[in-house]
Design a protein around this ligand. Sequence first.
Ligand SMILES: [Zn+2]
Length: 382
Amino acid sequence: MPIPSITRIALPSPAPGTERALRVHRYGHSGARPKAYIQAAIHADEIPGLLVAQHLLRRLETLQAEGRVLGEVVVVPVANPIGLNQQLNGRLLGRFDFEGAGNFNRSFPDLSGPALERLRGRLSPDPAVNVERVRAVLQAVLAEQDVVRETAALKRLLLELAIDADIVLDLHCDSEALLHLYASCWQRDEVVELGAELGAPVILLEEDPGGQPFDGACASPWWQLRAALADEGPIPLACFATTVELRGQADVRDDYAAEDAAALLRFLQRRGVIAGAPEPLPVPACEPSPLNGVDVMTAPAAGVLVYQKQLGEVVAVGEVVAELVDPFGEPPGTARTPIRSMASGLLFARSTERLVRPGQKFCKVAGHTPLSYRRVGQLLED
Ligand SMILES: [Zn+2]
């Protein structure tokens, strides 16, 4: 039975006279497999995903009319109406919740603990049966979570829409950046395939990034339960979730968005969500590198940041990437501190801020060798 295309789901009213809602677009058939879930701009000031989602919706409308959506596709084209409404002095500030709930893409609930207790002694020798059981338990655990605040309700709602998906694509961007992807090291093959379709020059693999971002909340229960219940029955990794960084905040262009949307749909076609024979996979633009090999460069003091290296340049260990100018330094007009890369690799992301504070992170270089200062479980920025 065809499912309704658009639903509106209200969030709890944060103040009398105010109410926000999610719009959820569904294609294909409810319950059909594979299920893909795509959301844009949980970090509300990351606009490229909002435009890519529009290109996706237009194409999915056509695919639906042609009967070519074999599985189910759920798109939330505006994932964070709370953050989108956060303006201060004329600027949209959508990364952190103004009400104090922190980074919108952190602290999603970890469902694996409570799910583990309910799955003990209930696994089958058949992995397909276990996939269904795990999904049902994850949904049940999530439904029992008590939420009151608007932001907590938003997070639970997004996770409810995605938790049973086979594929989760979370659309983000960096400050100014090349297109890059974050995924788990357990899902290297999937993310390399997606990266090849997108032409991604950087793919970052992590074992445990920490922080409970959305993609991890969807995918990590599977490998945690697989490990914890290895003696009881086979659990496949039934959810591939990835964070897609669609370049920089100002890279809001129809040509990029049309290409990106087409690439995401080709990936879904390759995975059997969309009908048709896929083209040969493009040659990947990179080898994945470890997230703990990314040098996240940090300002040692306050000052004016002057880059010596540009986005897309390859830098070597010890090379000066930027200089920090102290406007009050001595002798006057000459006080500069060079900031050197600790990694050899591609400079793939930079902050657009040019006045930095002590400790401010401003630049990322993707190296292939893990760095000793990068701690597993603490690999994501605030
Ligand atoms: Zn983001």
